[in-house]
Design a protein around this ligand. Structure first.
Ligand code: SF4
Length: 332
């Protein structure tokens, strides 16, 4: 997919029309129609938008983020042993279209919202100067996939070098490692790729690079000395689950050979039940959403015995290759 053909229209908040990052992004989309707006919410939060139509033809919105810049992570996410698990949304929505993606239940719009005032995000890091924290910058989007449009991961990596107490995670499904491969790996930056058996990915991860391509990024990043995390999350239940995931995990570790990955984020498919309801209305052909999940405390997921079977099997398989204390599950 060429990103430069992706956005036929770009909405620009008047407040950031002259921001240097706005200008840099616009210079890459000379043919796009530019529409100046007062506030991104006038477009992004508009009522009665056709989500499915927008998904097929995403527009880009360039805007200014107002405080807060940093948020607490939820119990549905792994904390990697940190008591402070935080995320910061430089971008909302994603150029990919995974069937299980929570974003489809969170927002009324499928358009991509990018906040150009990154310098204000960086200033907010000062409040974390004295605490140990894990900070995800690509939590509900895929920032590395956007890197050719604007080198935001590169800027974050440079900035975080001043904060050795903050462990920065860049999670991705992209094949864009090349865009940052020339940078010096930092001890407090972990690159994290989501992987799953290709046969399942082909069904539920639309528009994403193939799993083999992601593995190539992992291998290259490891060779260059980066810390690399893998996310086998979400685990999706399919007939033949043990065979399909078991073979995949063996083949993955065979490919990476002697190189050591940092840790694994593991979890079965789980989602806020209100988001799931909204997603089902929006996408009635999405089989994954119509599985009879159990709902408890507003979280929809597989029933307990199936969840246990999936996790027990995967953990046992993974511990052939990585110590159990390097496998992280979410609290919920
Ligand atoms: S890559 Fe992540 S953020 Fe993007 S659509 Fe898939 S699940 Fe959502």
């Amino acid at each position: 997919m060429s990103f430069f053909k992706l956005f036929s229209h770009i909405y620009i908040e008047e407040d950031v029309a002259n921001h240097k990052n706005t200008k840099s992004i616009l210079s890459r989309f000379k043919d796009a129609e530019k529409i100046y707006i007062k506030h991104y919410k006038d477009i992004f939060n508009r009522k009665n938008q056709s989500y499915s139509l927008q998904k097929e033809s995403k527009k880009l919105i360039l805007a200014k983020k107002r405080e807060p810049f940093i948020y607490e992570g939820s119990d549905l996410i792994q904390d990697f042993g940190f008591s402070k698990y935080l995320y910061t949304p430089t971008m909302m929505n994603c150029i990919y279209d995974c069937d299980y993606c929570i974003l489809q239940g969170m927002y009324g719009s499928a358009n991509i919202l990018f906040f150009v005032n990154v310098e204000e995000y960086f200033s907010s890091l000062k409040s974390l100067e004295n605490s140990k924290a894990h900070l995800s910058i690509s939590y509900d989007t895929d920032l590395l996939a956007f890197e050719k449009i604007f080198g935001i991961c590169r800027l974050w990596i440079k900035e975080i070098s001043k904060y050795p107490n903050i462990d920065l995670e860049i999670r991705s499904k992209s094949a864009n490692f090349e865009a940052i491969a020339d940078m010096k790996p930092l001890e407090n930056v972990v690159l994290s790729w989501t992987i799953m058996p290709q046969v399942i990915s082909s069904k539920v991860e639309r528009n994403t690079p193939s799993v083999i391509k992601r593995e190539e990024q992992i291998i290259r990043a490891l060779k260059l000395g980066w810390r690399v995390r893998i996310c086998i999350d979400p685990l999706i239940y399919v007939e033949g689950f043990e065979k399909i995931y078991g073979d995949y995990i063996d083949s993955f570790f065979e490919k990476i050979g002697e190189q050591k990955i940092e840790d694994v984020a593991l979890g079965v498919f789980r989602i806020n039940s209100d988001f799931l309801k909204k997603m089902k209305k929006r996408d009635i052909r999405n089989e994954l959403l119509f599985y009879p999940y159990d709902v408890r405390d507003k979280v929809a997921t597989y029933e307990d015995s199936l969840k246990k079977r999936m996790l027990d099997f995967t953990i046992e398989k993974l511990t052939k290759y990585i110590p159990k204390n390097r496998i992280f599950l979410s609290k919920n």
